[in-house]
Each structure stands twice: as C-alpha cells, then as structure tokens.
Ligand binder design. Structure first.
Ligand SMILES: Cc1ncc(COP(=O)(O)O)c(C=O)c1O
Length: 422
C-alpha cells in the first residue's frame, strides 16, 4: 500500500482492499472533520515555481525568468485575426474536435513537417496541458502503470495520478555531453503491461532532444508490448539543429493509426500562451471517444481563438522561423554570459527555451531560488520542481530581450559575490 493510502486507512479502520474507503477515507460521507478533496488530488505536488514566485511578493522590480513564456506579445497579424473573428460574431460553441478550417490547416501543417496526416487524425484542444489531460484520459485509468522520462515539467507526471494511475520515472543522466537518455534503462522500465510512456522532447526543463535512433528503438519496443506513446512535442519548432527543421518527432516514424498520440500547442511557436489553444494528432479510430472527453472537459476551444489559430498556422511560418533565430541568439548570449561566472556549469541545449544549469550554493535549489528572488530580485525556477534528479540545478527561460538577460546575469553575479560564492 502506498503511504497516502496507509494514512487514510489507519484513520477509519477501513478494511484493506476496500478501494473506496482506502482512497477517500478522509472524506467518507458522515465522517467528522473538514471536507477534503480525494486523496489522489491531495497527494499531487504543488508547484515549487509558484512557491518561489510567492516568496517574491512585495519585492519591487523582480526580473522574472521562472515561467515558460516569452516577454513578447502574440504577433499582430494573429491578434487582428481574433479581433476580426469577434467582430464577425464568432462567439458560439464549435464542434468538439475543432472547427473544420483549423483541423484542415493543422493537417496540412503536420503533413508538411511529418508526413501525410488527415484532418480526421487531428483534434483541437484548449492548449497543450488540456491535450495532455485528454491523452491520459483516453488511455490510462485507476491502477494503470505509466512511465515518464525526467527531469520534466511536472504536469506530465502529475496528470496520470489524477486518474489513479501510477507513474514510474526514468531519469536522464547528466554528464560531459549534457543531459542524455540511457535507452536501455528506459526499455527496461517499459515492462509488458505498462499502459503509457509520456515523453517530452525537446524537453522542459533541460532542452534535451531525443534522437531519431532512440525514438525508433523506443517505438519498436512499445509496438511489441502494446504500450501507448504520448509524445509531448510542444517545443518541436524551438529546435536549433538544421535551419528551420523541427526536432525529430515520433510522427516521422509512426503510422497515424497506431498507439502514438502527439501533443502540441500554439503557445510556443506563435507566442500564444494566454490563448489556450493546442492540438492532438491521434489515430482516427480514437476521435469519437476523444470527442466525448472534450465534451465533458471543455466542450470546445473558444471559437474566435480557433479562427485566429487558422491564420497562425496558415500565415505564421515566417514569424516562427524568425522567432527561432531570436531564441537561438538569446540562448547563445545567455550561455556565454553565464559561462563567464566561476562555478557555473552550463551547456547549450539543442531545443526548447531554457538553460538548466548548476551553480555554487545550488544544492538546495528551492531555498536558493527563494533567496535569489528575495535578495536579488531574480526569478529562476528551482531544479527540484522538475523531479529529484533536477536538484542542484536551476532553470532560466531565455525567451526575452538580451538586455534583460544581461540585467539578470548582473544580479546573479552580485548575489553570488555577496555570499562569497563567486
Ligand atoms: C513540456 C510542456 N508541455 C506542455 C506545455 C503546455 O503548454 P500550453 O498549455 O500553454 O499549451 C508546456 C508549457 O510550458 C510544457 O512546458
């Protein structure tokens, strides 16, 4: 029995094996005490990034590099498209799986990047995080086993737990080449009976990007054992390899009607974080069931937002390419600046928009990040927020103007000097 269940059962004397009592003993009808959420919900990890941000309340002029978003607004041509759609009265519910023009535009976009994909393989979602929840709801339930590769944006690890699944993590390893995946270790964790692998590449927070060879090996293994792959590819365009090419994708290798679901988002490639728009590529045979899940979660993404999404996908390629060029320059700028500080170990990642680096005094990253925001007005995310293997590191989102990066580096330098650490 897991720890939370033990505590719950002990409180009521509920018989072991009585799943209802064991899972929700703290809120049994008629039981005394405060009303509580289900144990599975109470056991979810709260966000440590939020904890650091809370420590900074009241600190004037904080430079926030802790969240995963750019400091730039959505491009004007996309905002204009939303204004037009609103003016035209696009204020109604839409089809659960999205408006036809957006599913068609996305099918064309995905086909151009990864090979033939029909609108019947695409579903529009309320951003990437909702796409992850829907994918998990499609394939895992109570008692199922999922595997995730970490360090990782916490949502992927926590979402299956909301559904009662257990999540085993396989850690990337940090060495001379930065973060790498030991494929054999991952395969060993993907035992027969595992329902789902959740894998995010390019990865938040490390920038690690899975190689085509590793994807092929993992896909073949999952095929053999009937394991679903939920591939979080929201950073696929933020890839600094061959010019303009996205990161290697499971969609390049898989057919569209096997156990692979690719999650994507408008948040990163078109700077649309606040719009809450994303999509899934999944087997056509799943779409009826997916439509039911969308109905019971959100019913649909907002109509005028979807219409703006069509314009982003159809007309946004030049914007995305220039964004990636800017991000590459920001990445290189920040790497060089941090490397000039003694004791900082920082590498240049292949994808996403973060540097995940170790620094003197960083052994307790949560405490360090709280001190940084309180004492230096510098907002970084603690590595421990992304799993225990992230401890000792901090994450810095570099999707901003180089002058702001310089101001942040000066604050970090001053903080370390004041503590005699650099
Ligand atoms: C790895 C990863 N997946 C998914 C998302 C979801 O983004 P959104 O819900 O804004 O589409 C994020 C956001 O930061 C992310 O880092």
């Amino acid at each position: 029995m897991r720890e939370s269940e033990e505590a719950a059962t002990a409180g009521t004397g509920a018989p072991e094996g009585d799943a209802r009592s064991a899972q929700n003993a703290a809120d049994t009808p008629g039981a005394p005490g405060a009303p509580n959420a289900r144990d599975a919900v109470r056991a979810l990890r709260p966000s440590q990034i939020r904890e650091v941000a809370n420590a900074g309340f009241g600190v004037p002029d904080v430079l926030p590099f802790w969240f995963g978003e750019s400091d730039r607004v959505t491009p004007q041509f996309i905002r204009d498209a939303a204004s037009r759609a609103l003016a035209d009265g696009a204020t109604f519910y839409t089809h659960n799986l999205g408006i036809a023009p957006l599913r068609e535009a996305l099918a064309d976009y995905v086909s151009a990047l990864h090979g033939e994909t029909t609108p019947g393989h695409v579903a529009v979602t309320s951003a990437g995080v909702n796409a992850l929840m829907l994918a998990a709801q499609l394939v895992v339930g109570a008692g199922d086993r999922a595997v995730a590769v970490t360090p990782l944006w916490p949502n992927l690890v926590e979402i299956p737990k909301i559904l009662g699944a257990s999540v085993e993590t396989v850690s990337l390893t940090y060495g001379a080449d930065g973060w790498t995946l030991d494929v054999e270790r991952l395969l060993a964790a993907l035992t027969p009976g595992t329902r789902m692998l959740m894998i995010n590449s390019p990865n938040n927070p490390t920038g690690w990007t899975m190689t085509r060879e590793a994807q092929r090996t993992v896909l073949e293994h999952c095929r053999r054992h009937g394991i679903w792959i939920v591939a979080d590819e929201v950073y696929e365009r933020l890839h600094y390899g061959a010019h303009g090419r996205p990161a290697p994708s499971f969609l390049d290798l898989a057919t569209r009607d096997e156990r692979v679901i690719a999650v994507n988002s408008f948040s990163k490639a078109w700077l649309m974080t606040g719009w809450r728009l994303g999509w899934l590529v999944a087997p056509a045979g799943l779409m009826d069931d997916l439509g039911k899940l969308v109905e019971y979660n959100t019913s649909c993404a907002p109509s005028f937002v979807q219409q703006a999404g069509v314009v982003a996908v159809r007309e946004g390629e030049r914007f995305t390419q220039s964004l990636v060029a800017d991000l590459r320059a920001s990445r290189d700028h920040l790497v060089a600046a941090l490397q000039s500080i003694p004791g900082i170990d920082v590498r240049s990642p292949a994808g996403a928009m973060y540097l995940f680096f170790s620094l003197p005094g960083g052994e307790h990253s949560l405490e360090l990040c709280k001190a940084l925001v309180r004492e230096a007005g510098l907002g970084l995310a603690p590595g421990s927020a992304f799993g225990e293997e992230g401890e000792g590191f901090v994450r810095w989102c570099y999707a901003c103007d180089p002058a702001r990066l310089d101001a942040g580096v000066a604050r970090l330098r001053g903080f370390l000097a004041s503590r005699g650490l650099a």
